[in-house]
Design a protein. Structure first.
Length: 278
């Protein structure tokens, strides 16, 4: 009996140089490090033992069937999920090495650094200009010249400047759905976040607007970490560097997007990718 116990002890393994290098590469530039995250809405467990790291200058796609916890995970990263009173979490999420649940971290500060774009474009019922200037003004910027600069830079950054530069003071509701979504991305850029969370940002858009937003996302990753929830498998394959496959609240597989789509290690990932369920 004791011999078996001894045999079952984990072996202390020397790490090869390649492994050490790989680990260093993996730890480099991690902005969000999630470990053993569990989340319940009342008695219903929506996330189970999630381990996931989100890296700078990468697009991370979260895919999986409806109800598997994708949006919940996204909203945990900026603590928006806590707006639901019955939510309870265990485990840890470090943002740049510091727990997002730490009492000394103000939620407003976290949300300034971690912006969010939603499924349905949600501009404010204000002018295009005011939509962008609103956040910086709340952060105390009053100088008109600086605000003008931020507005132009953000709209340029979201590839919508040329379309709106002559009507900055028109109501944002007059823009098309695709333009409104790029305006919302510009509004997010105006507060200079490090991370942008996107919850199915193109699901309400036509194919042409979708391609524009995808192109924008690919370019934005030069400066930001982007986490995108999508039901569109081709979209995940086109724009992301890494993909996490969620199923029933768990991460089944998380790897480079090429691996997930071409050599998945888990049968369930393969079945989902090939449309056998979900
Ligand atoms: N506010 C809430 N209160 C109670 N349960 C919730 C709440 N929001 C989500 N859930 C439950 O948590 C689970 C995960 O939901 P979530 O919205 O994160 O899934 P999802 O993968 O994003 O789904 P979809 O692709 O349909 O948007 C589901 O069982 C859902 O019913």
């Amino acid at each position: 009996m004791s011999a078996i116990t001894v045999m079952e002890q984990p072996k202390v393994k020397q790490r090869s140089n390649v492994e050490v290098l790989r680990t260093a590469e993996q730890e480099k530039d991690v902005v969000f490090d999630t470990q053993n995250l569990n989340l319940w809405y009342g008695d219903t467990q929506a996330l189970k033992d999630i381990d996931l790291s989100i890296r700078e200058k990468e697009v991370t796609a979260i895919i999986g069937p409806s109800g598997c916890g994708k949006s919940t995970y996204l909203k945990t990263l900026n603590r928006m999920v806590e707006l639901v009173p019955t939510v309870r979490t265990t485990g840890s999420i470090q943002y740049k090495g510091k727990s997002i649940f730490d009492r000394s971290l103000r939620v407003e500060e976290l949300r300034t650094q971690v912006g969010m774009v939603f499924q349905k474009p949600n501009p404010f019922p204000k002018s295009i200009y005011e939509n962008i200037a609103y956040g910086p003004k709340i952060h105390g910027i009053k100088n008109k010249m600086i605000l003008d600069e931020i507005v132009e830079k953000s709209l340029r950054g979201a590839y919508i400047w040329d379309e709106v530069k002559d009507r900055l003071h028109d109501n944002a509701y007059g823009l098309s759905g695709g333009q409104q979504q790029r305006l919302c991305i510009a509004r997010c850029l105006a507060i200079e976040p490090d991370v942008i969370l996107m919850d199915e940002p193109t699901s309400a858009l036509d194919p042409k607007s979708t391609l524009k937003v995808e192109e924008l996302i690919r370019d934005l990753k030069d400066d930001y970490a982007i986490v995108i929830v999508t039901h569109n498998m081709q979209q995940a394959a086109r724009i992301s560097d890494r993909t996490a496959f969620f199923l029933e609240g768990e991460v089944v597989e998380y790897d480079k997007t090429d691996v997930i789509f071409h050599e998945p290690q888990d049968r369930r990932t393969e079945d989902y990718i090939n449309g056998r369920f979900g």
